[in-house]
Every structure is written in C-alpha cells, then in structure tokens.
Design a protein around this ligand. Structure first.
Ligand SMILES: Cc1cc2nc3c(=O)[nH]c(=O)nc-3n(C[C@H](O)[C@H](O)[C@H](O)COP(=O)(O)OP(=O)(O)OC[C@H]3O[C@@H](n4cnc5c(N)ncnc54)[C@H](O)[C@@H]3O)c2cc1C
Length: 371
C-alpha cells in the first residue's frame, strides 16, 4: 500500500504524527511491531502531563514553557483523559532546596504558564495521606496534570484513523531503501513480507530509534544516545489528596508518589540500560529504592511483598557524562542532510507529543509538496 508518509511505531509520537499528517490530508500508514498501540515507552511513563518543575533548575525554560502550553491544550481538548491534579511538595530540614527556593521555582513555573500554587498551613499537615511531619518545615501545593498514557495514545491514534490513517499491528520494518524521490519499504506482518513505497518515513520507534536507522539505506548517521531505564511500582493504598513530589533521601532525585487506579504508583528510577529494548524489566534494586523512598516519607511502611505490579520504560537521552537526571530532556528531530525524507524522533515527552508532530510535519511538508 503506497503512501505519502510511513510512520514506524505506534507510541505517542507515531500516533501524533499520524494524526497531524492525516489532518493535513496526507496518506499515512503506521506500522507497529507489537499487537497494540503504546506497548513501548508510551504505557510505561509516570503518566504526568506537566511542564517539569525540576527542569527549571537545569535552565530548560523553553522545554518547560512548551510543555505547559501543551498541558493547557490537552486539558482543553481531552478533558476525559487529562485531569488537573494537586501536587504536594514537602520541605524538611534535610531537603536540599530551601523553602524560598522552591517558592521561587513555583513562581517562575506559574510565570511560564503553570497553574497557581500555595503554601499549606501547618494546621493541615495531619491530613496529607500519612506524610511524616517530623522535621517538616513547609509544604507547597501546586497543580499539574495526570493522564492514562496508554489510553491517551490510543485516543490520538483512533483520531488519526478516523481521518483516514491506516495502521498495521504485528508489522515490523525490515528495510527501507531511499532514493532522491521515494523510499521503497519492506515490512514483515501477519500475512508475511510486504513491499510498498512512501514519499517520507518518520522513525518514531522510541528506544528502537537507532535500530530502525540500521534498516535504512543509504546509511543514515544515528545520534549518540543512552537508554536509561525508569521503573515504577504499584502498591496498595489510596492517596486522597493528590500526588507527592519527593526528594529521594538516597541520591536527591525526584520521586513521585501518585494515585493510580485505586492504588498508589511510585516512580521512577534511572538505571543505564544496554540490552534489547523489548527485554527491559524492573530490577529488584530499583524496587527496593522506591520502597525506601516511600517508607522514608510516609508513616505506613511497605514491604517488598506489598508490591502489586511493576513496570519499566526506557528514556532516550543524549549520550554524555554525568547523571542522567541532569541531562537535557528536549525532543530531538534528527534528519540526515543527505536524506531529508527520513526524520527520526529522539526522546521527548508524552506531554508535548502534538507539538513534536507539528515540528515533524514542518520538516516534511516541503518534500511532500514537491514530490
Ligand atoms: C520512566 C519514564 C517516565 C516518563 N514519564 C513521563 C511523564 O510523566 N510525562 C511525560 O510527558 N513524558 C514522560 N516520559 C517520556 C515519554 O513517556 C516518552 O517520551 C514517550 O512515551 C515516547 O514515545 P515514543 O512514541 O517516542 O516511543 P514508544 O512509546 O517507545 O513507541 C515506539 C514504538 O515503536 C515500535 N517499533 C520499534 N521498532 C519498530 C519496527 N522496526 N517496526 C515497527 N514498529 C517498531 C515499538 O514497538 C513502540 O511501540 C517518561 C519516559 C520514561 C521512560
């Protein structure tokens, strides 16, 4: 089936590009190696639609502003899937950032498009889901949003299909030979091998991004990346106030404790990963780390046997020295000058998927209009 745009991957980025392309009237075909959408990273995220308060500290102001803008649009356009949720940020005597610094960060966050915030009076601390108030100095409440990442991806893909995009599951890209005018694509699906042509190819393969580039001729230079695993655990207990934004006592990283489908979701970790992306699994050490963060901050104590479920996803980060925690989280759209009809999406946020898709279309439209 010949098409204008072949999208490799039915995660949030593949779905969003399919939607943006179909809306502009292009013939778009999505292939997904697994049997349903969002089987990769897009069902293993922290499920937050947020600007990323902590990115202020690393100076990623443009990313924060972009994500907060995207959050407002999603709250408006997908109210059944994206809900504003209170976040509680406690400050203890041992917390790295003092209360004034956090208040300044929240003020800046608000200025960049975030929601209102306030300091919770000490008289209300007893009602914070059993948060330990020993050595507690201040608690801030602000608002960000929560979603169901898989359901969001399915909704975006369904919208793309309603506009004419076609989707093939259990179908894997095997080869794409691109010339000055077209890409000749070979896939393997339920009915065996299939060949067709596409004017452009969007590589939205998430942590498989460089493996997909290896299937392409001519050789397209990949970006140097690292895969960093992030694990979440699900434990019993209903949080009635909202999401807790905590500083892990072990290494000062941010860890969220969130209400999730009648239980509590805790995440995440950052562990370098070097295997096949399909094989990523939560490690016992990561589960202990997350339990220890919870037990440090809450009066109720959890054991490893309390873990109801766990999952791990892979971040695609630029290779570099230092902790993954402080690396840039921008989406990188990579296109080899020698072959502008192939665009690869590296990294990015669930939150800014629609913005990313618009940027991809801006890169491809001169080619689509010419050819
Ligand atoms: C632990 C963690 C927490 C996160 N939390 C948040 C958060 O709270 N908020 C936020 O905004 N962002 C968050 N993110 C980022 C966000 O989840 C990701 O940026 C986003 O889900 C990536 O989507 P994607 O479509 O690029 O990749 P994926 O969802 O991984 O999709 C890629 C798809 O491509 C398919 N594919 C791969 N190779 C082939 C092939 N050869 N042929 C066919 N199909 C193929 C895969 O099967 C997969 O379905 C988080 C990320 C991680 C890892």
């Amino acid at each position: 089936m010949d098409c204008d745009i072949l999208v490799v991957g039915a995660g949030i980025h593949g779905a969003a590009v399919a939607h943006a392309a179909a809306r502009r009237g292009y013939r778009v075909h999505v292939i997904e190696q697994f049997g349903r959408p969002a089987e990769g990273t897009s069902s293993r995220s922290s499920k937050l639609i947020h600007g990323g308060l902590r990115y202020l500290e690393t100076g990623q102001l443009r990313l924060v502003r972009e994500c907060l803008h995207a959050q407002r649009a999603l709250l408006r356009e997908r109210p059944s899937l994206v809900q504003l949720t209170p976040f509680y940020l406690p400050v203890y005597t041992h917390t790295t950032r003092p209360a004034w610094k956090i208040a300044f960060g929240l003020w800046l966050y608000r200025l960049l498009g975030g929601q209102r915030f306030r300091r919770i009076p000490a008289s209300e601390w007893h009602d914070l889901d059993g948060l330990d108030s020993h050595d507690l100095r201040a608690v801030f409440r602000y608002f960000d949003a929560q979603t169901d990442d898989r359901a969001l991806t399915e909704a975006v893909l369904a919208d793309a299909q309603a506009l004419g995009a076609s989707v093939a599951f259990n179908t894997r890209l095997e080869r794409a030979e691109c010339t000055a005018t077209r890409c000749r694509v070979r896939c393997h699906g339920p009915a065996g091998a299939e060949e067709f042509t596409a004017i452009c190819v969007v590589n939205a393969a998430g942590p498989w991004v460089n493996l997909v580039l290896e299937c392409m001729t001519p050789h397209l230079a990949p970006l140097d990346i690292e895969l960093v695993q992030g694990t979440h655990i699900v434990v019993p207990g209903r949080l009635k106030r909202g999401i807790y934004y905590l500083e892990a006592p072990q290494d000062r990283r941010a860890v969220f404790v969130m209400p999730w489908r009648g239980h509590t979701l805790i995440g995440t970790t950052e562990t370098p990963y070097r295997g096949d992306p399909a094989d990523v699994q939560p490690l016992p050490s990561e589960q202990f780390y997350l339990l220890a963060v919870y037990n440090h901050y809450f009066n109720s104590q959890l054991e490893p046997t309390d873990i109801l479920a766990s999952f791990a996803g892979l971040r695609v980060l630029p290779a570099g020295k230092g902790r993954a925690f402080t690396r840039p989280r921008d989406t990188v759209l990579h296109c080899d000058d020698a072959m502008p009809r192939v665009v690869s999406i590296y990294g990015g946020k669930l939150t800014s998927h629609a913005h990313t898709a618009v940027q991809v279309m801006k890169m491809l439209e001169p080619i689509l209009k010419r050819d």
